[in-house]
Design a protein around this ligand. Sequence first.
Ligand code: ASP
Length: 331
Amino acid sequence: MKKIQLIQTGGTIAMHLGNGKPELDINRFTSLLHHEIPELSTIAEISTCQIFFEDSSDLTPDHWIRLAQHINDHYESFDGFVILHGTDTMAYTASALSFCLSNIGKPILFTGSQVPMSNIRSDAHRNVINAVELATYPICDVGICFNDKLYRGNRTSKMSIGDFDAFASPNFPELADIGIDITLKHSYSIPFDDLHCNPVFDDSLHVVKLYPGLHPRMLDCLDLQQTKAVIFEAFGSGNFPIKGNNSILPFMESCKANNCQVIITSQAPYDSVNLTLYKSGREAKRIGACSACEMTMEATITKTMHLLGCSLSDEEFEYQFEQNIAGERSG
Ligand code: ASP
């Protein structure tokens, strides 16, 4: 029987309804997990552990680092890992792990639930059973298993607050069909080299969401001396205002003058940024902006933090950012 480690990190799945409001309670959850899903032991030999216990909106890169180091330290002892995690920032943690762990040869699957496991109508049972079962399959990836779907983690975003179908992968197909049978739709070759863990993240970045009426003077408060990258969430294929006083281009130029990377992503989740299509994109490209291509916002932010943490030269950062390093973009 395969050995799977179930790692608890908190989230709604682990909450109970105290006074009608969901609250985290580690003791209640641990006993619930052991008693509530006895079927798990028919799928795999399960061991559980807890690394932290938080609402996922309280997580920071330090938590990602602890999780990556834990997996690295216990990698040889298990055939797969299932991480129980809050849904709010699950796609960020999954993306972060995909960038700091390389040569992944086993499943590292995230799941959680929209309704606490202690609630009779919870989606936790189905999600945990699917994730544990999938963790026995030859999946060499960081995935998110939710609502009978398996997605690549760094291609996934949380899309719904109130629906069991909480996640989507706008620009990459699901990794498995989960029905009466489970069929993998993606085949992996086992990496030659050992798992490599490089858990570094530098949070010296800003994300600027563009909107009609954003005056560039509102960006003057950003201290570019302390900033290493600005991610612009632009319109459509990567467009932004370039006319008159509303032009964002001078601000982008001062970013570059301050050795700060300029990254262009899109508010449209489907399809890819294309900086050759319109004039603003071409201007951004001219000053050395990087295109986030079809990456999710979660992958764009965590990849930027990771590459900044690697202390690369500007040229090496730009090159790596525009490469596919963990299946997060098509190239
Ligand atoms: N706030 C919760 C969390 O992300 C939401 C959830 O798990 O669904 O931890």
